[in-house]
Design a protein around this ligand. Sequence first.
Ligand SMILES: Nc1nc2c(ncn2[C@@H]2O[C@H](COP(=O)(O)O[C@H]3[C@@H](O)[C@H](n4cnc5c(=O)[nH]c(N)nc54)O[C@@H]3COP(=O)(O)O)[C@@H](O)[C@H]2O)c(=O)[nH]1
Length: 911
Amino acid sequence: MIDNALDLMLVLGPDGVILRANGAAQVLLGYAPGELLGQHYTALLPREQHAEALEVQASLQNGHPERPDFPMQVRRRDGQVILMAAAVRWSAAHQRIFLSARDATERQRARQALVRSEMALNSMLASIGDAFFAVDGDWRLTYANQKAGDFVGIDAAAAIGRPLMELVPDLLQSTALPRYRRAMETREADTFETLWEPRQVWVETRIYPNDDGLSVYFHEVTAKRAAEQALRKSEQRFRKLLNQAGDSIMIVDEALRIVSVNDQACARFGYSREEFAGMQAADINFGYPETQALLDGLRAGQAQLLRLLKRCKDGTTFPAEVQVSRFDDEGEEFFLAVIRDVSERERAEQQLRASEQRLREVIEMTPAGYLLADREGVLQDVNPALCALSGYPRAMLLALRLDDLFVSSPLAPEIGTHGPGEVATVLQGAEAVLRHRHGHHIHVLLNASIKRDADGQPLALTGLMTDITGRKAAESRLHELATHDTLTGLPNRALLGERVQQMLDACPPGNSVAVMFLDLDRFKEVNDSFGHEMGDALLCEVAARLRRVIRPTDIIARLGGDEFVVAAHCASGQPAAARIADKLLDVLTAPIKVGGSDVIVGASIGISMYPQDAQTRELLFQTADTAMYRAKDAGRNRYRLFEPAMTVATQERMALEVSLRPALARGEFELHYQPRYALDGMRLFGVEALIRWNHPQRGQVSPQQFIGIAEETGLIVEIGRWVMEEACARTRRLMDEHGHSMVVSVNVSARQLAQAGFADEVRAVLARTGLPPGCLELELTESALIEDIERTASMLRELKLLGIRLAVDDFGTGYSGLAYLRRFPIDVLKLDRSFVLQDDGNGSTFDFVKAFVDLAHALGMAVVAEGVETGDVLDFLRAARCDQAQGYYLARPMALDKLEALLAAPSGSGA
Ligand SMILES: Nc1nc2c(ncn2[C@@H]2O[C@H](COP(=O)(O)O[C@H]3[C@@H](O)[C@H](n4cnc5c(=O)[nH]c(N)nc54)O[C@@H]3COP(=O)(O)O)[C@@H](O)[C@H]2O)c(=O)[nH]1
C-alpha cells in the first residue's frame, strides 16, 4: 500500500538522511526510491528552502513533533520545482521522521487564481462609486467595501463575518431596515431613498437579494435632492410668476395649437385650461391670419410685436399688444405669446388725444399769449393771442428767438443749465417786457415752465402771458401817488424817508446833511379866510418857491397840511444850513398873491444836522421837529438849530403827560375863580373858572403848562367835562348861599367843541346842577372857532338854543376879523390883555378900542377887557365904553373859600 500510495512517503533518520522512500518518488520526483536512500532530504529542496526546512526539523525534534501543513518546494530530478503539501511527524521513540507529501502545484495555482480573482473583485467593488456590502441569510457581513465601512464608521475588512445589526446598531431605528427585511423575505430587489438620521444625509439604496443573502449598494443623494428641491421650488416660483403676470401668456406648438396658458389668460379669455388645450391660436384671434411672414420672422430669431384684436369665449373682443417669440424644447418648436390687454391704454390714448385737442382749442382761444420754445430758445408754437400781443403774424413769430421777442424777461437766468435732478423750473407771475413788432414795449405777466433733462439742461420752454401794460401804468401812477403829494407833486413822507436815508448812506465823512422841518405860520388863517382852493394855491406857490431855492440834489417834501421838509447836503455843516434856512425864509416872507390879495405866510423852521445832532433818520426828523416848535415858540418866522436842551424840554413835557393821565381820577384838580365886574357901577357880574393842578410832586402846575398837553392827548375832553360839572355845581351853590345871581365863564377847548354830543353834555350838566342856562358862559378861543367854521357854527347854534352865553376868548391874538364872527351867535368878546395894553402914547389905541367896542356893540356883542392891572387901564376902558373888566387890579383868580369870603363881605360883591 505504501509503495502504491499516490502521496510521496519518506522515512528520515534523526539527522535528516532519507532511510526509506515509496514508489510515488518515481512518479512525483522522477527518482527511483532506491536513488534517494542515504541522501539528506535538503538535497531535494532548492537552496532557499533549506533554512526553513531545517527550522521545521528542529521544531519537530524539540517539542513540536507534528507539522501537518508544511508547504515546501521540491526540485524534481528533471530540475522542475514543484510545490508539495507536506505533513511531517517526529517519532522520538523510533528516532525517525515520517514525511508524506503530495503535489500541490495545481492547487496552489488554482488558489492563486482565486486570490487574484478576489482581489480583482475587491478592487472593483472598492472602486465603484457606491458603497457596497453583502450579508448572508443570518445577516452576517460577508463583504463591505471601504466606502460602506467609512459611511458607518467601521473597519470593513475586520468586520467580515460579524452580524450587521451589531456592527451598525443605528440601522435598527432606520426606516431602511424594514425594506432590507422585506427584500430578504420576498427575494425581490428594491430601490429607495431614506434619510440616514445619524448623519442627517439622504441615501439612495439598491438591494439585490441573492442565494446567500443580500447585496446592498448605496450612495448619498443629499445634494442631488437639494438640487431637485431647488429646481422644484424654482419651477413653482416661475409657475406662480407666470400665473400672477398681469398679461396673458400662452405657449403654442409648431402646429399653432395652444399647449399651455397662465391664469390670467384663462381669466381674460374666459376659457379653462382644459378648454384651451387643443385650441388653435387662431381661435382667439379676431380677423388676423397668421402669415407665413410672421412665422418666418420668428424662425429667424426675431421676436414680433403685434397689435391685434383678441376674441374671448363670450365673443367679445379687446385690443391687444402681443409679443411673440419662438423657442425650442428638446428639438420641438414652440411659440411664446405674451398678450397685453391695451383697452385701457387705448382709451387713455383716445382721451389724451381728445384732451390734446381741447388743449389746442384752449390755446387757440385763450386771450393769454402762448409760446413754446425749444432748447435753443427758438419759438416752436404760438397762439393767436401772442400774435395779437406782439403784432407779429404766426409765421414770423416762429422764426424768432426768445431774445428777439423779450426786451427783458426773467427767463434769461432760468433757461441756462440747472443742477442735475431738476426736471422742471417753474416761474409764476413773473413780469417781463415784450418788444412789439412796431417797437413799443408791452408789459406782460408771465407764467413759464422749463422742462429739463437729467443733467439739468433745458429741453423746452412753455410760457403763458397776459398784457399788464395798463396795470403797470396804473401801478406806476399809484406809486407816484403813494410816494408824492398830490397837490404839490412833492415827495411825501414815505418817499422822503427813503431819500433821506439814501442821503445819509451816501454822506461822506466830514460832511453833513441838514434836515429842516418847515411849518407855515399863517396858513390856517389864509385857508379859513380865503377858502381851501386859495389855500391849495398858496401851498403850490410855497412848493414852487422852495423848489427854486433848493438844489436838485437836495430834497423837498410835503408832509401834509402846511408842513414841509427840506433835506440838503451841507459840506460846511451848520453855517450852510443856516444860509439855506435864510433863503427859505426870504422866499416865504415875500408876499404871495392869494385871491387878488397879497398875503405873507412866513414859516418856522427847525434844523437838525446829521451826524452832529442825530445819527438816524428817525432821530433827525424828531429833533428837527422839536427845533421847529422851538422856532414857533420863539415868535415864528425864524429858524432854530436843534440843541440837546430842546430834547430835555420835550422829555419834561412827556413826563408831565405821564402824570397828567391819572390826575383826574386821583382828584388832583381844583377850580379857582376870577371875578369879572360890570364897569357901570363896578358890581360883580360873574367869575371865570380857571383850573389848577395840584401835582403831588411838583406842587401847583399852571394850566399854561398842561392844557396844551391835555388838548394834544385828548385828555382835555374828560378834564373839561369835570370843569363844567364842578363850575356849574359850585356856582349854583354860591348863588343859593349868597342869594344873588352871577355868571360863571368856563373855558372850552377846540376838541371839546368838536365833540358831536357836546351840546347834549352841557344840557345834562345844567339839568343835573340846576344852574340856569343864562348863568353859564362858554369861552371859546378864536382858533377853536375857526377850526371848522361850518361845524362850529352849527354847534354854537345848538348851544345857543340851550340859552347859555357864548364868549370869544383872547380876542385880538388870532386872525382879527369881526366879519367872520357874524356867522356865530356870540354874546361876548373878551379883549386880550395885549390888545388892551397897546398904548402908542398918541391916543390911537383908545380910538381903536373905542371903535372896536362900538362895532361890537353894533353887532350886538358885549366887550370884556382881560388883564386889567392898573386903575388907568380901567379908566381907559370905562371911557371906551367897554362893558366889563377882569384882571389882577380888580381881583386875582382865587380858591373857592376865598370867593365865598369875598361874596360874604359887607361890600358884597364889589371890587
Ligand atoms: N380849556 C381850558 N383852559 C383853561 C382852563 N383853566 C384855565 N385855562 C386856560 O389856561 C390858560 C392859563 O390860565 P391861568 O394860568 O389860570 O391864567 C388866567 C388868569 O390867571 C390870567 N389873568 C387874569 N388877570 C390877569 C392879569 O391882570 N394879568 C395877567 N398877567 N394875567 C391875568 O389870565 C388867564 C385867564 O385867561 P383867559 O382864559 O384867556 O381869560 C388860559 O389861557 C386859560 O384860558 C380850563 O378849565 N379849561
